[in-house]
Design a protein around this ligand. Structure first.
Ligand code: GDP
Ligand code: MG
Length: 240
């Protein structure tokens, strides 16, 4: 059944160790899934993860050598995976071990009921949590997500988490849509587009843990750019 599943992994200057550990975990849970890594690291660093291609079955790496944004990386991964007609389910997951592939069956169980098109991993519903992360970041994220719930008028709790699953119909919709953002805020833009176009979105609780090495790619500039973007989003409804 996991032959029907693709896992899209955006990565930017992540440690080789993290990516290897993640791929191993994915292959433990979904041995026959197609894993597509979209890596934007500079050329000098990118080659380090090439060995993954030799060591694991069904792993594809797309190197872009330029920081083009998490959102644009995932969209590129979706388009690549979508070419494979056997793929029914599309995961996205961070490459820094913040998300644990052992929680993937929760998403699959939910989507296989046929009652939803998209499953969001949420830190903010009962059973969900964030661990090992400084309190100020948790509070900031919580405020941003409460604001997005109100501003986008969608009854969900986690608009910025990058552990999600989409069925083929919703992935096709996103691939054909004009996505205006390219960074982490694409997570909110796609959710908005899906919700406003009638896709059924639901949440499952997840535990998110801090990255073991390296630091966040989201800086204050991106945070402000994203804020202005979400403010504008509502005025562009049904743009597609
Ligand atoms: N391909 C690609 N991946 C990115 C980019 N920016 C961030 N990522 C990846 O997206 C995920 C989330 O980024 P991270 O810096 O951990 O954000 P945070 O967890 O929200 O602080 C990580 O797996 C990053 O490696 C980018 O510009 N391109
Ligand atoms: Mg992270």
């Amino acid at each position: 059944m996991d032959k029907n599943t693709a896992v899209i992994v955006p990565s930017y200057r992540e440690s080789e160790k993290n990516i290897k550990a993640l791929v191993l975990k994915i292959k433990n849970i979904l041995p026959d899934s197609l894993t597509i890594i979209i890596d934007d690291s500079p050329k000098k660093e990118a080659h380090k993860i090439k060995s993954l291609l030799k060591n694991y079955k069904n792993v594809k790496i797309i190197f872009r050598f330029k920081k083009l944004g998490r959102g644009s990386a995932v969209m590129e991964g979706f388009k690549e995976a979508f070419k494979n007609k056997n793929i029914k389910y599309f995961f996205e997951i961070d490459s820094d071990l913040a998300h644990n592939p052992s929680q993937m069956p929760r998403f699959l169980n939910k989507i296989m009921t046929g009652k939803c098109d998209v499953v969001i991993g949420s830190r903010y519903i009962e059973g969900g949590k964030t661990i090992n992360i400084v309190l100020s970041r948790i509070i900031l994220s919580r405020i941003i997500n409460l604001f997005l719930r109100f501003w986008l008028n969608i009854k969900l709790s986690d608009f910025t988490g990058g552990f999600r699953m989409y069925n083929r119909k919703s992935t096709e919709f996103l691939c054909k849509s004009k996505i205006r953002s390219n960074g982490f805020i694409t997570l909110s833009e796609t959710l908005f587009l899906l919700d406003k176009n009638g896709f059924r979105v639901t949440e499952v609780p997840i535990t998110v843990s801090v990255k073991k090495e390296g630091k966040s790619n989201v800086d204050i500039k991106e945070l402000f750019r994203s804020l202005f973007f979400v403010l504008s989003i509502r005025f562009n409804r049904f743009i597609n």
